[in-house]
Design a protein around this ligand. Structure first.
Ligand SMILES: CC(C)(COP(=O)(O)OP(=O)(O)OC[C@H]1O[C@@H](n2cnc3c(N)ncnc32)[C@H](O)[C@@H]1OP(=O)(O)O)[C@@H](O)C(=O)NCCC(=O)NCCS
Length: 376
């Protein structure tokens, strides 16, 4: 029997059929439910795009109002969650705290509802999780750092309320708009490792929460969502080491040592631009004045980008501009990947619902390279 070709890292393998999203690299477009994601980011709020991601079409005005009301009503965390957060070790990464709480939230569901793997039940639970993600993210961080709780403010919209809880002060409209756009850029991206992980778990008919927990563990890795935090650390390291005048040498030294520059390269785009990075780059100059070191960080950003293009032919991915945007917005660095997870929740829920709606168990084979015929 001939084995199908082996593709390390499943590169180029079609893992599933989907009608949620597609990276059309030829036209440099991210197709989300038929729309160009960048056009959506320019003209729609995150909540509208979340509705589209979950339900497959843009909402009417009344549907959007009802959806946003629901997100508001379900935004508060159950009291038990605050108690759980207080028990977590302070050295824990916020991502791991988020993952732990997601697991705990499964236990608070009615058992029949938890086990219901119909797409309708997935969407029902998924909206509840999405609504709670901002308070969960902010309070996981705050509990680990010994800061007082922050409660969702029902008078604020989704992104405004989220940013408010992250930074602790009322954000201005420009900050809210930029933050909202980053959430939209993160909402869904075809079949990254975390989405694949969620679908693999869902394909055993395990529940939505389990799939989200697996996705959170996947997203944490620096080769995936963790890159946005690594980008901020790198830009600050270059700043410390002499700033933009030293940036080129910094990159060359790292490349010579065979190290990766975080925020560059992508399995699918590889040597083509990531449309999200191109789009989000536009927002940087407007925010640079918000921190004293902002303009210099922006110069470093430009040098690193130019050197990576010249030396490796690699373009930034979305995590590169986001790493700097969140820093300029005053968000603590350890929250960047947890925010990514919160934004991606809509996409993950849509994928789990789609998987459950037309399920086939994932069960691939291997290229066996070990010995055979040994006797015990
Ligand atoms: C995302 C990523 C894991 C994709 O990797 P991949 O598809 O497995 O590609 P490979 O690791 O095989 O890399 C292919 C080539 O590009 C180089 N490369 C890719 N990304 C690189 C980076 N960020 N810095 C330096 N070199 C990079 C590799 O060294 C390799 O070069 P070679 O062919 O000369 O050996 C990779 O680009 C990376 O590590 N990027 C940094 C982390 C990051 O930003 N992740 C967020 C992704 S949205």
């Amino acid at each position: 029997m001939t084995q199908p070709a082996y593709s390390p890292g499943l590169e180029g393998v079609i893992a599933t059929a989907t009608s949620i999203s597609y990276l059309d690299t030829e036209h440099e477009q991210i197709v989300l439910r038929g729309y160009d994601l960048m056009e959506l980011a320019r003209s729609k709020r995150y909540t509208e795009v979340a509705y589209l991601t979950l339900y497959g079409r843009l909402p009417e005005a009344s549907e959007l109002r009802a959806f946003e009301d629901r997100l508001r009503q379900e935004a508060e965390l159950p009291e038990e969650v605050y108690r759980l957060l207080d028990l977590l070790p302070s050295r824990m990464h916020v991502m791991d705290a988020q993952r732990t709480v997601l697991s705990y939230l499964a236990g608070l569901e009615d058992p029949a509802e938890l086990q219901d793997t119909s797409p309708e039940a997935d969407l029902r639970k998924g909206v509840r999780v999405l609504a709670r993600m901002p308070a969960l993210t902010a309070n996981a961080y705050r509990a680990l750092r010994g800061l007082p709780r922050v409660r969702p403010d029902p008078s604020l919209g989704f992104s405004e309320g989220f940013l408010y809880m992250l930074v602790g002060t009322r954000p201005d409209p420009e900050a809210v708009r930029v933050f909202d756009v980053t959430l939209t850029c993160y909402i869904e991206h075809e079949m990254p490792n975390s989405t694949f992980a969620a679908r693999v778990i869902a394909s055993t008919l395990s529940d939505l929460y389990g799939a989200l927990v697996g996705a959170a563990a996947s997203l944490k890795g620096p080769l995936h969502g963790g890159a946005n935090e690594a980008v901020a650390h790198m830009l600050l390291e270059i700043l410390e080491a002499g700033g933009s005048a030293r940036a080129e040498q910094y990159v060359l030294d790292r490349l010579r040592r065979g190290e990766r520059i975080m925020g560059f390269g992508h399995r699918v785009y590889m040597r083509r631009p990531d449309p999200r990075a191109v789009f989000l780059r536009e927002a940087l100059p407007g925010l640079a004045g918000r921190r004293p070191e902002g303009e210099e960080l922006l110069r470093i950003y430009g040098v690193v980008e130019a050197v990576m293009r010249r030396e490796k032919g690699l373009h930034p991915n979305a995590d590169y501009p986001v790493g700097l945007l969140y820093y300029l917005l005053g968000i603590p660095i350890e929250l960047y990947t947890p925010i990514f997870l919160a934004a991606r929740t809509a996409g993950l829920v849509a994928h789990v619902a789609e998987q459950h709606g037309d399920n086939r168990l994932f069960r691939p084979r291997v290229l066996y390279q070990g010995p055979r015929g040994l006797r015990p």
